[in-house]
Design a protein around this ligand. Structure first.
Ligand SMILES: Nc1nc2c(ncn2[C@@H]2O[C@H](COP(=O)(O)OP(=O)(O)OP(=O)(O)O)[C@@H](O)[C@H]2O)c(=O)[nH]1
Length: 304
């Protein structure tokens, strides 16, 4: 805790929404650096990712929660628990929904869950660039009929429309408080986690529909070479089936090589030094249901 200035506001904001509503896009826009994984596949955000936005008057600490869904297996239960705990601890919840889709079962399920958290909820209707302004009123009404929101703010996270207004609303709801993080710090995640997410993102992008979101990446080693600027990173990509291993490796290793090239470029940007990246692919059957292994892959329940 660094600072305790009079009138300074600070607090924690949780972003909740169905997969693919644009939570990461919003976070990346306001934080201004690529920290949350972005993908057009559902549920790529599994761990807590913090983005910190600091101005002269406030500090907003964003928590990007996993896409909420009905639990189907252990990983689902775990994610739900994480999401629920997060809701109680934060100062404000942003419930993000698609403005270009009508209110569906998934959104109703989330609203039921949000109902008893006791935290103010701002409805953020994202992707307004995809609809005609006349349609917006109807969408707003459908949500307003279901639940009492502290505010309703339509935005386009992708194009930036109305994002400033949303930031103003968020500030209004934050309590007076200290500046928790230095102004230039945008995330408190260890580089390890960001690196694993960068690699995972490349796998998901390059394999498209063939590899489910269950793929995990474990960083085995990050080490700076003695007397050199090069950093050695070695990581294992974990899939559930032999067939998936084949897909990730690709013909004569071509796909894995491409994953490596793209991930290396991002990691070099992140670390600001040359990187030698070594990737392995391992099959671990049914890892999602083995709760005791979740920790090993970075799901740390006690952090929430
Ligand atoms: N047209 C439009 N597309 C958007 C907007 N915001 C996000 N998208 C797109 O929607 C898709 C999903 O965005 P993400 O930011 O990855 O969504 P998310 O909610 O973080 O998804 P999960 O991590 O899976 O929970 C991406 O293809 C984005 O480019 C928007 O305002 N307008």
């Amino acid at each position: 805790m660094l600072n305790n200035r009079e009138g300074f506001k600070s607090g924690f904001i949780s972003i909740i929404g169905r997969p693919n509503v644009g939570k990461s896009t919003f976070l990346n826009r306001v934080v201004g650096q690529k920290i949350a994984i972005m993908s057009d596949k559902p549920q790529t955000t599994r761990n807590k990712v913090q983005g910190v936005v600091t101005t002269d008057e406030s500090q907003m600490i964003f928590i990007d929660t996993p896409g909420i869904h009905k639990p189907k297996h252990k990983l689902g239960d775990f994610m739900m628990k994480v999401a629920k705990n997060t809701l109680k601890e934060v100062d404000l919840v942003l419930f993000m929904a698609n403005a270009d889709e009508s209110l569906g079962k998934g959104d109703e399920f989330i609203m039921e869950m949000l109902g008893d958290s006791g935290t103010p909820i701002v409805l953020v209707l994202n992707k307004i660039d995809l609809i005609h302004p006349d349609e917006l009123i109807g969408v707003i009404e459908s949500y307003r009929n279901k639940m009492d929101f502290a505010e309703i703010v339509p935005i386009s996270a992708l194009q930036g429309n109305n994002v400033d207004r949303l930031m103003g609303v968020i500030k209004d709801y934050l309590p007076e408080g200290p500046q928790y993080y230095p102004a230039d710090q945008v995330t408190d995640h260890p580089e390890r986690f960001i690196i694993s997410e960068l690699i995972r993102e490349k796998v998901l992008h390059l394999t498209r529909e063939e590899i489910p979101h269950s793929v995990a990446v474990v960083i085995e080693r990050i080490a700076k070479r003695e007397g050199q600027e090069t950093v050695d990173v070695s990581a294992t990509i974990i899939v559930e089936r032999d067939s998936q291993k084949g897909i990730v490796i690709g013909k004569r290793g071509a796909l894995l090589k491409e994953v490596g090239t793209r991930a290396r470029q991002d990691i070099e940007m992140l670390l600001g030094s040359k990187v030698y990246l070594e990737l392995w692919v391992k099959v671990q059957k049914d890892w999602r249901n083995r709760a005791n292994q979740l920790r090993e892959y970075g799901f740390r329940e006690d952090e929430y």
